[in-house]
Design a binder for this molecule. Structure first.
Ligand code: SAM
Length: 240
């Protein structure tokens, strides 16, 4: 079963159980919008990779009411839910059904100001993650930002075991049903989590600057990088 099939089946019921399955849901998603350094009235162009039903897009769009958002996902069903979510705001949202690991990313004139992603990149092989970071860098305007809110693996087998144990404890405390937990564990078989350290290095290799981790709680992290403006003055001083 492909990642698209897995999320296609989960789409109709996805939003209901998100809060149970993502411990610290508000802080995790909140760490993305709180750290985006644009003014709230700016007309930013946003690309959401693996947008699913549009959870993160909605949070970004609410904070930046003049933004225009392109949502990308390979699951037709997930994007159908996203279309419903944004049905009242025709024209501000665009939907693209595609595999962002295999295809060129959508383009906008001058590049995106912001590329975001939540809980999606960890489905890619590590090689594909590195390639994606390069494509994201390429798709951004100078001064644009990339934020990824995602699952990470532990740096050691012990840390990995601790993350798993922590997650199971937290979702049970949140009251997840046996059926929902079994479905989540089945979906998680397709996960290819990478360590936070490796992903920050890959961002640097892709050309990002100002790389940092804005949030981390066991399995869940939000990290970001900025695309530089390029060396416009060739490093020469104005007075020669
Ligand atoms: C766990 S959901 C997250 C959805 C949303 N970002 C959120 O935070 O609720 C992961 C989404 O990534 C999508 N996805 C995974 N790999 C993808 C790929 N290579 N190209 C496009 N979408 C992908 C899945 O179809 C799914 O909708």
């Amino acid at each position: 079963m492909t990642v698209g099939d897995v999320f296609g089946q989960a789409a109709w019921d996805y939003d209901r159980i998100r809060r149970q399955l993502v411990p610290g849901f508000d802080r995790f998603y909140g760490a993305v919008v709180e750290n985006i350094p644009f003014g709230e009235e700016q007309e930013i162009r946003v690309l959401d990779l693996g947008a699913g039903t549009g959870l993160l897009s909605a949070i970004v769009a609410e904070k930046f009411p003049r933004s225009r958002v392109t949502l990308v996902d390979l699951s037709v069903e997930m994007l159908r839910m996203a279309r419903r979510r944004f049905a009242g705001e025709q024209g501000r949202f665009e939907f693209r059904t595609m595999d962002y690991a295999r295809k060129a990313l959508p383009r906008t004139e001058g590049g995106y100001d912001l590329v975001v992603s939540a809980l999606s990149v960890h489905h890619l092989t590590h090689g594909d993650k590195r390639e994606l970071f390069e494509k994201v860098h390429d798709s951004l305007a100078g001064g644009g930002y990339f934020f990824n809110a995602d699952q990470i693996s532990g740096e050691t087998p012990e840390e990995e075991a601790l993350y798993r144990e922590w997650w199971l404890r937290r979702v049970r405390e949140a009251g997840v049903s046996g059926e929902d937990l079994a479905a989540a564990l089945s979906r998680m078989r397709a996960d290819r989590n990478a360590t936070l350290g490796a992903q920050l290095v890959w961002l640097g290799e892709a050309g990002f600057e100002g790389i940092g981790c804005r949030y981390k709680d066991h399995r869940f992290a939000v990290y970001n990088g900025r695309k530089g403006h390029g060396n416009l003055d060739n490093g020469k001083d104005d007075d020669g």
